[in-house]
Design a protein around this ligand. Sequence first.
Ligand code: MG
Length: 396
Amino acid sequence: MSAEQGFLSPLACSPAASRGRRFAEVPAPTRNDFQRDRDRVIHSTAFRRLVYKTQVFLNHEGDLFRTRLTHSLEVAQLGRSIGRSLGLCEELIEAISLAHDLGHTPFGHAGQDALNACLHQLQPLSAPECGDEPVGGFEHNMQSLRVVDELEERYPDFNGLNLCFETREGILKHCSRANAQWLERREPEGVGARFMRGTSPSLEAQLANLADEIAYNAHDIDDGVRSGLLQLEQLEAVTLFDMHLRSVRQAHPTIKGRRLLFESIRRMLSAQVYDVIASTRQAIQDAGVGSLDEVRQAPPLVGFSPEMRTASAELKRFLMLNLYRHPQVMETTRRARSVVSELFGIYLAAPEEMPVPDGMATPCSPRRRVTDYIAGMTDRFAIREHARLTGVRLFE
Ligand code: MG
């Protein structure tokens, strides 16, 4: 917790007041429940796989680009740093941040879109057939929850990691109404309830969500320039970046190259962090909330000032147009979609090509089994499997 500053806000989630785990466990002697959740995430198989999963650039395209793992670490760092200033529970922020992308497919959004499209091409399952699994297509937040609730195979008495309600709530950042209803049937008043009622999650969950956005906006600039797909001069058109670029040039007239880029990004990150802290404090004061229950009833309170929100949206648009839709990235995306959708068809027709499920695994439909298997793959494993099963190597 925020030991150095010595306070935990009355609005924070306290591990002692957790709504608990799905399966009761004896408390750990030296760690609180949120520390324990963070440790369980770090030791999970899905967490280790993140090192070989794409953020924007494929894992093998360069050694220094962000992967889902380093992205998750940066989210945790930003979240903890902001959370400490606000008196929030750092261990919970860390647990949510480290787990938030566990359900991501190989090849980033391209893989996710392909998997979603594959599921939507099939006839919907009837109610009894999908009793124990999410409905509809592929949602990566639902899949992250599925990883920690069902798919990790580490404990003798239950599937998943049996994390606390508050950690699971933060992991399920978004979910469709159909899946919220499905979650509610399984677990009344559980993590799906807020999507039915339109209430808010904890401040720790809200913060992990915003830290994700702050992290990728900053590191995608860095990786974009490093890859040569973005030029520093192009970034002068982005208000938020340009103001820091100018201030660095003014303070250090001879600076150039990497140091100029890093220092500009560092200043931009700091400005966003301070903005979130000040704006969130103000929003809390304006809302007059005094307890976690009141936080849940209030609109989201963690956020940027209106000016920073506008500036951040401009940066996002720039990255979308110039990086995520860069012809070179689009070409990779096209191949990645083929790998995922061809694998989906092959495994559905020949399930014997997949490993035999663990005896404890909750039974699910063939399509969900294929989805879980593909979603769990690293980029390079998916490429290898695709080459093994089709004889075609789409990536070198
Ligand atoms: Mg993320």
